[in-house]
Design a protein around this ligand. Sequence first.
Ligand SMILES: [Zn+2]
Length: 400
Amino acid sequence: MKYALIIPDGAADERQESLRGRTPLEAAWTPNMDTLVREGMIGQADHVPASMPSGSDVGTMSLFGYDPHKYHTGRAPIEAAAQGIELGPLDWAIRCNLVHVADGRMRSFTAGQIPSDLARELIQLLQKDQCGSATWKYHAGVSYRNLLIYRSRGESAPFGPETKTVPPHDIPDQPIESHLPQGPGSTELRGLMDRSRPIFAASALNQERGRHGELPATQTWLWGLGKTPALEPFRQRFGKTAAVITAVDLLRGLARLLGWQVIDVPGATGYVDTDYSAKGRYAIDALKTVDLVVVHVEASDEASHEGDAAKKVEVLERIDADIVGPLHRFLKSQGDYRILVSPDHPTFLRTRTHSHGYVPFTICGTGIVADAATTYDEFTAKRSKVAISGHELMPLFLAG
Ligand SMILES: [Zn+2]
């Protein structure tokens, strides 16, 4: 049996005035997704526990069959896996943003989208400042997105699950004082953030950026820390081999942690201009060697963050025509199969941000009994009365 999962990231939404009272999924022309519903079943799944921040790291972990309550340790260790950084059992990964704070307020969580070469230089200065210490290891990433690794030499880290940090993108223009790290290890984290200030202030290149009207990095912001999550490899848990196609680092990291193949598709950008049909073709190709292929499309989430309803509709139509359609036709032609379409979380055009709550999913293929529904959207899913916890979806998809 061959399996395909297509994730239109953040696709689930509310009804929009600009779409004549329809949700983007209702408004979009999606004959292929509708075929899945007609030939199979529709339901609702909730991938993001109310107590956790909504995002693809939590949502896709659940979608892949792992309860985030139990397994999600933080965002940084997943990003570390994406970069190929291995963590020992006592090591921690910490997200290290380069930010611009002025008058004690978070003015830019990206330091004005700081260029990668300058970011790398600043990260090197931080590392130099730590010379003599084998404990703290900075890793330059892309632009403002960098990592700090705590390397243990046998001792336990000062942090714990009770350590509280705040994502800097959640506190735009707010005073930072009340959002600094709290709990175990927070003294160390605050100390490292304090040390970055004079170092960044002394960097000529960084200050030159300020003179050109751009925002220099004024300090680091440490958050999202965690140990490597203890994820049982997917093959052991579900008995299937898998591959993922995605342009997003978090998903690559999660895939690596699950023992999945990560397939690079030329033209996959993570944005609305991504090459949809190339993703479809590579997915079909991957199914020749693995049991399950996962195709993740970030563009629907991006269109939502931009608050652009028309663009969101267009992205959903492209996913339907260039990915869902070709994959379904191929799967039908080769024998037993199942296909699943499900977003990882809703992203509302109204708020332009990730949300909690149910998303619609549809499964069709071998052994799936058809229900009476005929279209793929939030309200048809709601009427189906099938409503499950997100991490129960993968076992349901693979069952039998
Ligand atoms: Zn997402």
